[in-house]
Ligand binder design. Structure first.
Ligand code: SAM
Length: 225
């Protein structure tokens, strides 16, 4: 059996440490909780999904690995399938940042009861960071990976008793990521956007309405490059 995850999911799994009991919301094939248990990183997991098809796929993986004792499956939206104190934390990966926000917001009390949240938005990471900032979550760690040609940001958040007051650079690029000057993947992601914007600016007439906003974005990008 192959116990390997994609780099993206393996990075999410690693970010759950030191938690041993977690819910994987939007689990699809339940690869993350299965490998987490098989590799001894997790003791117990709940694999949840809103879709019947994905949950069936999760059940198949769990049975194939003989993990029905350690991983429970739950069908339903977001955190509604969880009870307080069942698990120490949650991982929500492979969705848009806005959908992750709507899942977290739906039951803020439960969201704030987790010791740690590992969140991997495919897009709109800034929207998610902004929400975390405004709802008293500290971003204690962040990772960025290049997996099969795509960049992914992984955000680790914990509830705190005060607002974080992240600034615009923190929200856009990550309060942890943007401070690591040696991170080549981070540099590659934002250099790519910078060069794309530059070529658009050069092709547009100087009085085009998009030029000003693109120039503002370039100025922001320059601050982290
Ligand atoms: C692209 S898959 C990601 C699977 C896995 N987490 C990963 O990162 O590879 C997204 C999954 O989230 C599920 N999903 C979407 N909205 C959801 C919600 N509100 N609550 C629970 N699951 C949801 C979908 O059914 C789908 O299986």
């Amino acid at each position: 059996m192959n116990y390997e995850l994609s780099l993206r999911l393996q990075t999410c799994l690693n970010a759950l440490t030191p938690l041993q009991t977690v819910a994987d919301v939007g689990t699809d094939h339940a690869y993350l909780p299965c490998v987490g248990i098989l590799n001894g990183k997790l003791k117990k997991a709940i694999a949840a999904d809103i879709g019947k098809g994905p949950l069936e796929a999760a059940k198949t993986t769990i049975q194939r690995y003989g993990l029905t004792e350690q991983i429970e499956t739950r069908l339903g939206p977001g955190l509604t399938v969880l009870h307080p104190s069942e698990v120490e934390g949650v991982v929500i990966a492979g969705m848009g940042g806005k959908l992750i926000v709507s899942i977290l917001e739906e039951n803020l009390l439960l969201t704030r009861s987790f010791e740690r949240l590992v969140l991997q938005p495919n897009i709109d990471a800034n929207v998610l960071r902004d929400w975390l900032s405004q709802h008293q979550f500290n971003i204690i760690d962040e990772k960025i990976v290049l997996d099969e040609g795509k960049f992914y940001e992984i955000i680790v958040a914990v509830p705190v008793e005060h607002s974080m007051n992240y600034n615009e650079l923190d929200i856009e690029f990550g309060p942890v990521l943007r401070l690591d000057q040696t991170n080549e993947i981070f540099h590659a992601k934002w250099s790519k956007e910078f060069m794309k914007n530059q070529s658009i600016i050069e092709q547009l007439p100087t009085d085009h309405p998009r030029v000003e906003s693109l120039k503002q974005r370039q100025a922001l990008l320059k601050e982290v490059l």
